[in-house]
Every structure is written in structure tokens, then in C-alpha cells.
Ligand binder design. Structure first.
Ligand SMILES: O=C(O)CCC(=O)C(=O)O
Length: 289
């Protein structure tokens, strides 16, 4: 079903904590988006204001890269997110997860909201959009069905350099036999709940594996640790005044947007790097200049 979520897909999300194989874009549009991402890589690898492009791709890219903000506003995606979260939607973060072919990059078993300071909310989900063929061989995500019904469980920081997560955080003792794969063709997407246990293996295909993750929240979500946090209203209204609203970038690496990027990173780093014994590099706003 395109444009909206079917009752079966909605039920799948609520029962299992994820649903895969949804349509975000046509394969042609996905190829165009991939090309735009790769053009950024070719032309702007050095990034701006002391941060390389990889930093913007992994943390809050929607603040400074118009393409990422624009994707998060796609009506076809929002229609489907609204079936789960309701009519009022904000974007908290947009990130890219890229695994080059033949590398060891992995994502360990984790729950997204562990360090986000949002408590155990059900009103956040990730829309993860494939811009390449994200097959089992390419290291698609796998999920433990029903695991979102847990609270936030203990994670151990590994700081493994092949781990794409900020601190290589990991849940021990997962029964891999229960895992379900969520392969995606270019333009397809999956949704997962912030407490769903998920992970992904290395890319053993011969193409890059490119995914774009958008974190949607509702006006009702609160940043418990730090007070109000920053988010971009993309549908409906936010009458609760719980978020500091951002408008989205003026143009690529606009100086005002870069200043906001630093402000947001500074604000969020206290929460997102909390409790870590090692350096959570991607959340060190003060470290870069
Ligand atoms: O790209 C991956 O394999 C994992 C992404 C992820 O953990 C997430 O989007 O929450």
C-alpha cells in the first residue's frame, strides 16, 4: 500500500516494534537522492566550521544540509508516520548510515532512545530509508520482534571502531535466532520503535549500503534531562511549547545554520554523552573548531 500504512502494516509495527518494505520513494527518485548524497561527498567532504561532512551525515544533518531536511518533509513518508504517531510531527534528527562494501562496519544490538533523554516514550519512531539495495548481504537491519515492549535495558559501551554507533553501545545476551531481517530495495523504508532491539552486520555485497534515518517525535515528547530540546515541525501543529522549533537550513552550510548546529550539539552533548567513560566523538561540540 503506497502513501499510507495498511492496517496489517500498522499492526505489525505495534506487535513487533518494526515494519519493513514500506514505500518512501520510487527507485528512480531514490537513485536521484543517492546521487545528491554522493555529490555532497565528492564536493564537500571537508564539511564546514571545523566539522567534516561525516559528522553532519551522522548527527543532525538536517540543520545544515537542505537535502536532508527536504527528505524528512516528504508527504508520502509523513502520511505513513502519521498512521503511528498521529497528525502532529516533528523531526528531532536526520542521520545517514553508510557501509562501504567489504568493510567491517557494524551496528551492535541497541535501543535507540537509551541516551536520548526522552525517557521510555512510545511517541518516537525512526523511518529508515534505503538509497541503495540494502539486502541481507549488504548488512540490512535486523530486529528482535516484540522487544519494544521492554523498558530501556542495560547497554555496555564498547567504543569498537568498526561500530557505527556513537559509543559502540551494546545489549548483551541477545538470542540471534529470534532476529528478523528487514531488507529494503532502493526507495523502500522501515519504521522502528525507539525501544526495539536492532543491529546490523557488515556489508558483504559489492555496492555501498546507504540508509537515511529520520527520527520523528510528537509534540508530547519531553526531553527530561535537559529541558526543551530542538526539533523541526514538519506536519500539523505543536501547541504544547515543549520543543524549541527550528525552521530548517537556509542553504548548504549557511553561517547562521552552522552556528545553530553548534548550539544544538552543545545542548544535546550533555545528554547524549552522559555516563560514557570514553570520548563520544560525534557529540563533542567544544572539541571541534
Ligand atoms: O543502519 C543501521 O544498520 C542501523 C541504524 C540504526 O541503528 C538506527 O537507525 O536506529
Amino acid at each position: 500500500m503506497q502513501g499510507q500504512l495498511s492496517p496489517t502494516e500498522t499492526q505489525h509495527y505495534h506487535d513487533k516494534g518494526y515494519v519493513a518494505g514500506l514505500t518512501a520513494f520510487s527507485s528512480e527518485d531514490a537513485a536521484g537522492l543517492r546521487q545528491q548524497v554522493e555529490t555532497l561527498e565528492q564536493m564537500y567532504a571537508a564539511g564546514a566550521d571545523g566539522f567534516d561532512l561525516g559528522q553532519f551525515f551522522r548527527v543532525n544533518g538536517h540543520l545544515v544540509i537542505p537535502l536532508l531536511a527536504q527528505v524528512s518533509r516528504t508527504p508520502q513518508i509523513l502520511d505513513q508516520v502519521a498512521a503511528i504517531l498521529g497528525p502532529d510531527l516533528l523531526v528531532w534528527s536526520v542521520e545517514l548510515f553508510i557501509k562501504e562494501p567489504g568493510t567491517k562496519s557494524v551496528v551492535s544490538w541497541h535501543q535507540d532512545i537509551t541516551y536520548w533523554g526522552m525517557g521510555e516514550t512510545d511517541e518516537e519512531l525512526t523511518a529508515w530509508i534505503a538509497l541503495s539495495d540494502v539486502s541481507v548481504e549488504a548488512g540490512c537491519m535486523r530486529f528482535i520482534p516484540g522487544s519494544h515492549k521492554n523498558k530501556i535495558v542495560a547497554h555496555e559501551d564498547t567504543f569498537d571502531e568498526d561500530n557505527l554507533l556513537s559509543r559502540g553501545q551494546e545489549i548483551a545476551g541477545i538470542d540471534e535466532m529470534k532476529a528478523e531481517h528487514g531488507p529494503l530495495k532502493p526507495g523502500q523504508m522501515s519504521f522502528h520503535h525507539g525501544r526495539t532491539f536492532h543491529a546490523s552486520a557488515p556489508n558483504t555485497s559489492d555496492d555501498r549500503r546507504i540508509g537515511l534515518a529520520i527520527r520523528y517525535v510528537t509534540p508530547g515528547v519531553r526531553q527530561s534531562a535537559q529541558g526543551r530540546d530542538y526539533a523541526m515541525l514538519v506536519r500539523g501543529k505543536d501547541a504544547e511549547n515543549g520543543w524549541i522549533h527550528i525552521a530548517g537550513p537556509n542553504r548548504l552550510f549557511d553561517p547562521e545554520d552552522l552556528a545553530l548546529y553548534r548550539e544544538v550539539l552543545n545542548h544535546q552533548s550533555t545528554t547524549l554523552a552522559a555516563g560514557a567513560e570514553g570520548n563520544v566523538g560525534m557529540y563533542q561540540a567544544e572539541g571541534a573548531s
